[in-house]
Design a protein around this ligand. Sequence first.
Ligand SMILES: C[S@@+](CC[C@H](N)C(=O)[O-])C[C@H]1O[C@@H](n2cnc3c(N)ncnc32)[C@H](O)[C@@H]1O
Length: 350
Amino acid sequence: MSDTLTKLTYQTLQQGKSYFSLAHKTLSVRLMNIISTVHRQFKPIPNEVIRILEQKLNDLLEVDWQDAERGIYPKSLLFDNPWEDFFRYYPAEWLDLPQRWLRANQKKYQEFSTQIDTLDYPSYYVQNFHYQTDGYLSDLSANLYDLQVELLFGGSADVMRRRILAPLVLALHATSVHPRQIRILDVACGTGRTLKLIRSALPQASLYGTDLSPAYLRKANELLSQIPGELPQLLQANAEELPYLDNYFHAVTSVFLFHELPATVRQRVIEECFRVTKPGGIFILCDSIQMSDSPEMQPTMEFFDDTYHEPYYKHYTTDNLVERLEKAGFENIEMQVHFLSKYLIAHKPI
Ligand SMILES: C[S@@+](CC[C@H](N)C(=O)[O-])C[C@H]1O[C@@H](n2cnc3c(N)ncnc32)[C@H](O)[C@@H]1O
């Protein structure tokens, strides 16, 4: 396929995902108001904000394309979607919605079935984040997660995750370390999407992932074991106490974790990431935009904690992450913003 055609196909596919997500959201809110006793008002996003968002999404797709074109990752990655899972679990997503509406209406944030053992986890974690059934602690939640995140971000979740790859690949290529000896850790790896993207860009590196959720790690293992090459090592661990030696990794990444941590825990996790990164190594944090990054999104961000039950989000949106990284010892911190995510690229001094 010619490059122009490939690019057009990619843009059309992304556009299709975006329209589908919008249709899904509109339909689910209508349905909630028709068939459920739960009535929640969602403030519509003004048209001029929608136009800004569309432009930012187009910019994101353009950098994604450019990075593939300059060989940071293969173009095939642009088309990599877990379609089978999406189709398989889409009905389950609808079936689960009424329970989430009810939870939201009754303000039940810590509702877990009796089969789920919640005792071994920090209390800040035992939450129905996004009002989701079982929080992060069941196979159902792990099966629905990627679909839910793609619906939330209009099909751009992986595209935003891919923004960590250029700084990661360029920093590692600049070192004299042999590609086979490179060690990369993804903290709070969830269902393994980021590790899969890193594997495509750096096929020879040794990859490691940690998460608190056994169910999400099982899902990650299912995904990653389908990829040829060395299987990433997955460990259940609290990001506050990473089970690795000091100065062990050439690079550490973390995607969409920090907005789900209380402020003090955010600092402890950054300090752990600093500890396990080698001197001269890189730490890349990707998470939601903050208030100062996107003035037009401020009203939406104000309500996000309530709309999606994100108890630590409000504090996160004004938290000074650069200061936190510097406090831990990182230096030379670069910040980027792409669509609805921001990126902090920090270096551990040599
Ligand atoms: C929003 S999800 C992000 C997952 C994944 N990184 C992604 O890109 O989709 C947050 C993840 O952080 C994990 N998590 C939350 N607090 C944690 C902690 N203290 N230690 C380890 N993992 C944690 C959850 O289990 C969940 O998988």
